[in-house]
Design a protein around this ligand. Structure first.
Ligand SMILES: Cc1cc2nc3c(=O)[nH]c(=O)nc-3n(C[C@H](O)[C@H](O)[C@H](O)COP(=O)(O)OP(=O)(O)OC[C@H]3O[C@@H](n4cnc5c(N)ncnc54)[C@H](O)[C@@H]3O)c2cc1C
Length: 375
C-alpha cells in the first residue's frame, strides 16, 4: 500500500500511474474541495500532452496562447508562434479532473483528512491523520509527500532542508470592454515589480486576465504598484474579481527519499519548480512518473531516476541567477539583442518554456553575441 499526501496534480497523477500498474494507493487531501483555495496562474505548455491525454483536462482549459511579449522599462521583445504553445487552465478544475481519473483507475481518495505525523516500525508506517475533531490512523508500506512547498511529510522525515520561496500574488482582472490580447502572455522583468522574479499578465479572454507577480519580498506592495502602473490610469475600467497567492519553491538539489526508501517527496514538496517561470506542474508530474517506475520496479531508487529532471531544473536556476544578476538597463539590452530575425526564428521554431536545453545552443548559434549575457 502506498499513501500519497496531497491531491494536487502531482499526487493525483502519481495515483493514476500506480493504479495503472495495479499498485494499491490512497491519496489523502486536507481540503474537502480539491484545488481550492486556488493559487496558480495555470499556464502549462503543450508538453503536457506528452504526459497526459488532453481530453483528461479539456474542461479545465480557459485559453490557449501562442507567444509572449517580454519587457523591461521601455524595451520589449515579442515572440509569437503560428501554433498555440501553452494552455491557460482553471487550476481547480485541472486538479479535480486528474483526481477524478485517479479514482476511476482505482485510487482511493480521502478528502477532508489532514496528515499530521507518522511512525516507522517493523510493520511499516503508521500515519496519523485528522478529520474534523477525530484522529485516525492509516497503515502503509510507503509514504509520498506530494503536499506542496511547505511539506509536512518532508518536515517529519528530516527531508525539509533549508528552503527558500518566491511569494506569488495574483489578481483576476475584468475589463469593462475587450482589452487583453487573447493569444499573448505579457512578462515584465522590471525590478520595480519584483525582487528576484517577474510580473505577468496571462489572458483568459479579451475581457479577463490573471495579473500577478512573484517576489522574494513585499509581494502585496509590488502587486499594488504593478496594477496601478499597468491598469490604474484607466480607473474604473478594470475590476479586481479575486486575489490569491502562494509560495513558489526555489529549486535546489537535495535528498528526496529517506534511507529506508519508504518515504519520498515529489512536486513542490521536492522543490521541483522551474526557476525561470515558476511553473511546477509539468516537472512535478514527470517526477511522479519516475517515482511510480521506481516503486513498480521494486528497487525504490527514485533519486537515481531523477537525473534528467534535475539537470533541467539546474539549467533553469542557472538562467534565473543570470537574469537576477542583471540590472534593468542590462535586461533592456538583452531584450534589444533578442530583437533579431534569426533569434526570433529559433525561438518560434524551437522555443520551449520547459526545456531550455532544447534551444539555448541554437540561440547562441543564431546570435553568438548573446554569450556575453551568460558569462
Ligand atoms: C502565484 C502562483 C502562480 C503559479 N503559476 C503556475 C503556472 O502558471 N504554471 C505552473 O506549472 N505552475 C505554477 N505555479 C506552481 C504550481 O502551482 C505548483 O508547482 C503545483 O501546484 C505543484 O503541484 P503539487 O501537486 O506538487 O502541489 P500542490 O498543488 O501544492 O498540491 C499539494 C496538495 O497537498 C495538500 N496538502 C498539503 N498539506 C497537507 C496535509 N498535511 N494533509 C493533507 N493534504 C495536504 C494541499 O491542500 C494541496 O491540495 C504557480 C504557483 C503560484 C504560487
Amino acid at each position: 500500500m502506498i499513501t500519497i499526501i496531497g491531491c494536487g496534480p502531482v499526487g493525483s497523477y502519481l495515483g493514476c500511474l500506480l493504479s495503472d500498474k495495479g499498485i494499491n494507493n490512497t491519496i489523502i487531501e486536507e481540503h474537502k474541495d480539491i484545488g481550492r483555495p486556488e493559487q496558480c496562474t495555470g499556464l502549462i505548455s503543450r508538453n503536457m500532452e506528452d504526459i497526459i491525454p488532453k481530453d483528461w483536462v479539456q474542461k479545465a482549459i480557459q485559453n490557449k496562447v501562442n507567444g509572449a511579449v517580454i519587457s523591461c522599462g521601455k524595451e520589449s521583445f515579442e515572440v509569437v508562434a503560428k501554433e498555440p504553445k501553452a494552455y491557460v487552465f482553471d487550476r481547480a478544475l485541472f486538479d479535480q479532473a486528474i483526481a477524478e481519473k485517479a479514482k476511476d483507475k482505482g485510487s482511493r481518495v480521502l478528502l477532508g483528512h489532514k496528515y499530521l505525523s507518522h511512525n516507522i516500525s517493523e510493520r511499516g508506517l503508521k500515519i496519523g491523520l485528522k478529520t474534523g475533531n477525530k484522529s485516525v490512523y492509516h497503515q502503509s508500506s510507503v509514504l509520498v509527500g506530494a503536499d506542496g512547498p511547505c511539506s509536512k511529510v518532508a518536515k517529519n522525515s528530516g527531508l525539509y532542508g533549508e528552503r527558500r520561496f518566491w511569494i506569488g500574488s495574483q489578481a483576476i482582472l475584468r475589463a469593462k470592454k475587450p482589452f487583453f490580447e487573447k493569444d499573448k502572455v505579457y512578462v515584465y522583468l522590471d525590478k520595480r515589480y519584483s525582487d528576484g522574479f517577474f510580473a505577468w499578465v496571462v489572458p483568459i479572454n479579451e475581457e479577463k486576465a490573471k495579473a500577478g507577480l512573484a517576489s522574494l519580498s513585499n509581494p502585496a506592495e509590488h502587486l499594488k504598484r504593478f496594477l496601478n502602473d499597468r491598469f490604474g490610469r484607466s480607473g474604473s475600467d478594470f475590476a479586481v474579481e479575486g486575489r490569491y497567492g502562494g509560495l513558489i519553491p526555489i529549486y535546489k538539489r537535495m535528498p528526496l527519499q529517506n534511507e529506508q526508501k519508504n518515504i519520498f517527496l515529489a512536486g513542490d514538496a521536492a522543490l521541483q519548480c522551474k526557476a525561470i517561470s515558476g511553473g511546477g506542474v509539468l516537472n512535478g508530474m514527470l517526477a511522479a512518473k519516475e517515482l511510480s517506475n521506481a516503486v513498480s520496479s521494486g528497487d525504490f531508487d527514485y533519486e537515481k531516476r531523477l537525473g534528467k529532471i534535475r539537470n533541467n531544473l539546474w539549467m533553469h536556476s542557472l538562467i534565473r541567477n543570470k537574469l537576477n544578476s542583471m540590472d534593468d538597463r542590462r535586461k533592456g539590452h538583452l531584450l534589444n539583442d533578442l530583437n533579431n530575425y534569426n533569434v526570433k526564428k529559433v525561438l518560434e521554431e524551437k522555443g520551449d518554456m520547459d526545456f531550455p536545453k532544447k534551444f539555448v545552443f541554437n540561440l547562441l548559434l543564431s546570435k553568438p553575441g548573446l554569450i556575453k549575457y551568460l558569462l
